[in-house]
Design a binder for this molecule. Structure first.
Ligand code: NAI
Ligand code: MG
Length: 494
């Protein structure tokens, strides 16, 4: 493939021009080695197009562009203008909402109604951080009368950002917003399963007003381009969202290279706890959404459901009825709730967990099979009769699969809730405020389910990650503190 764009068509947004190059210095370019890779439509299993692949050499070029921008024009840019460009980008996301959502559905398979929500959340996030750009302030600290001390919040520099495929554009916005607000420059690598949306969004960057080299977007594989970012000697910070296994590799690469700063948003195996006094229908809606939203491909999916003994049987019955109404099918159909899983690899991984669960003696309450014979569709699946040591209860499945079991009382709920190496999300359903606060305080988890909002910090305890995205908290990931001291009196040591 020699061209830098192709004409594609989506059922909801019609024909459009899909960029396929690497976005470096505000231009789309080919990779140095001329490599490309195929992008698969998970609904049809057919090839959509090919895009240019970044190798180590392209990472070097993108990092050099980001370094040049950081040390040059971007350092001199006013905070007000950084905010202005982010606001412009937010407006462009809104203006192109239908197209961006359609590209997400095409490439990732997510339901179009949900993809539209993702794009408005992208705009919200970019606009929110646009608002922060001119509010990043330092401090004056008095120590002795003959010194004047101040603390500045400075950008870190060139930030490498590696994002996953489950929310391709939302992760793009979560990463870019705070990094830009704080005055950094960026080399962002999209996930190899879903490069298309990132490139359409890249085509808006120049129009938003960003100078060349400030935001560079590359497509490529984790082991090649991702690893090159993580171990690069001129990348000052790496922010990663993805699996815990790769999170560990990123930390090792940072440790083995230039000790770049690291933030990680990793996996989860999050508990959803329902007490006997909960409004049962309401709890079922939340539990259903908690696990089946985005086809279960959420780091904060509520995949372990615990229900108090006295209401367990009723709950299971009603939950089955609710989950079997989830519409699984064509992501472009208006009423679809669940589309296909993102890739053959993810499909196979989930089906193998389902097989293991069955073999280990768990009971399939509903689902447990592939849906249809084309596309990576899997039936919403609920396992009961599980024990805490089963793989399906301990490991992140990242698909429409959950386990449900009983607990006795508050202490028991806290114990099972925390019986995981992860600590991303948790929820408590009860009408008793004391129970709600006591249990949620005792759960080692960083956030609630799918109530994501750009104003609220998001991130995990334990092996679910390091650092917090969103909210004011994310600014800590992208600034460093400089302490300056001016001696006013005589020199201290004569
Ligand atoms: P992954 O962790 O391999 O991929 C995420 C990103 O990291 C992609 O951009 C990938 O190219 C990059 N990457 C992969 N290996 C790398 C390396 N050695 N150095 C630098 N970057 C690298 O996740 P994958 O294989 O796509 O999914 C596997 C499992 O990970 C899922 O089943 C799920 O359990 C979990 N996951 C969690 C996510 C979350 O939101 N926390 C998102 C995606 C996956
Ligand atoms: Mg991978």
């Amino acid at each position: 493939m020699s061209d830098l764009s192709v004409q594609l068509e989506t059922p909801t947004a019609g024909k459009y021009t899909q960029p396929t190059g690497l976005f470096i210095n505000n231009e789309f370019v080919k990779g140095v080695d001329g490599k490309t890779f195929e992008v698969i439509n998970p609904t049809t299993e057919e090839v959509i197009t090919s895009v240019h692949e970044a190798t180590e050499k392209d990472v070097d070029i993108a990092v050099a562009a980001a370094r040049k921008a950081f040390e040059g024009p971007w350092r001199k840019e006013t905070p007000e203008n950084r905010g202005r460009y982010l606001n412009n980008l937010a407006n462009l996301f809104e203006k192109n909402l239908d197209l961006l959502a359609a590209v997400e559905s095409l490439d990732n398979g997510k339901a179009i109604s949900m993809a539209k929500v993702d794009i408005s959340m992208c705009a919200g996030c970019l606009r929110y951080y646009g608002g922060w750009a001119d509010k990043i302030e330092g401090k004056v600290i008095d120590t002795t009368p003959d010194t004047f001390n101040y603390v500045r919040k400075e950008p870190i520099g060139v930030c490498g950002q590696i994002i996953p495929w489950n929310f391709p554009l939302l992760m793009w916005a979560w990463k870019i917003g705070p990094a830009i607000a704080c005055g950094n420059t960026i080399v962002l690598k999209s996930a190899e399963q879903t490069p298309l949306g990132a490139l359409v969004a890249a085509s808006l960057i120049k129009e938003a007003g960003f100078p060349p080299g400030v935001i560079n977007i590359i497509s490529g594989f984790g082991k090649v381009a991702g690893a090159a970012i993580a171990s690069h000697m001129d990348v000052d910070k790496v922010a990663f969202t993805g699996s815990t296994v790769v999170g560990r590799q990123i930390m090792k690469a940072a440790a083995g290279s230039n000790l770049k700063k690291v933030t990680l948003e990793l996996g989860g195996k999050s508990p959803n706890i329902v007490f006997e006094d909960a409004d049962i229908d309401n709890a079922i809606s939340w539990v259903n959404f908690g696990i089946f939203f985005n086809h279960g491909q959420c780091c904060c999916a509520g995949s372990r459901i615990y229900v108090q003994e006295s209401i367990y049987d009723t709950f299971v019955q009603k939950f089955k009825e609710r989950a079997s109404k989830n519409v699984v099918g064509d992501p472009f159909a208006k009423d679809t709730f669940q589309g296909p899983q993102v890739s053959q690899v993810q499909f196979d991984r989930i089906m193998s967990y389902i097989k293991q669960g069955k073999e280990a003696g768990a009971k399939v309450e509903i689902g447990g099979e592939r849906k249809g014979d084309k596309g990576y569709f899997i039936e919403p699946t609920i396992f009961s009769n599980v024990t805490e040591d089963m793989k399906i209860v301990q490991e992140e499945i990242f698909g429409p699969v959950c386990s449900i079991s009983k607990f006795k009382d508050k202490e028991d709920a806290i114990r099972v809730g925390n019986s995981t190496t992860y600590g991303l999300a948790a929820a408590v359903h009860t009408k008793n405020l004391n129970t709600a606060i006591e249990v949620s305080n005792a759960l080692k988890a960083g956030t609630a389910y799918n109530t994501l909002h750009h104003q609220m910090p998001f991130g995990g305890f334990k092996e679910s990650g390091i650092g917090r995205e969103l909210g004011e908290a994310a600014l800590d990931n992208y600034t460093q503190t400089k302490t300056v001291s001016i001696r006013l009196g005589d020199a201290l040591f004569g």
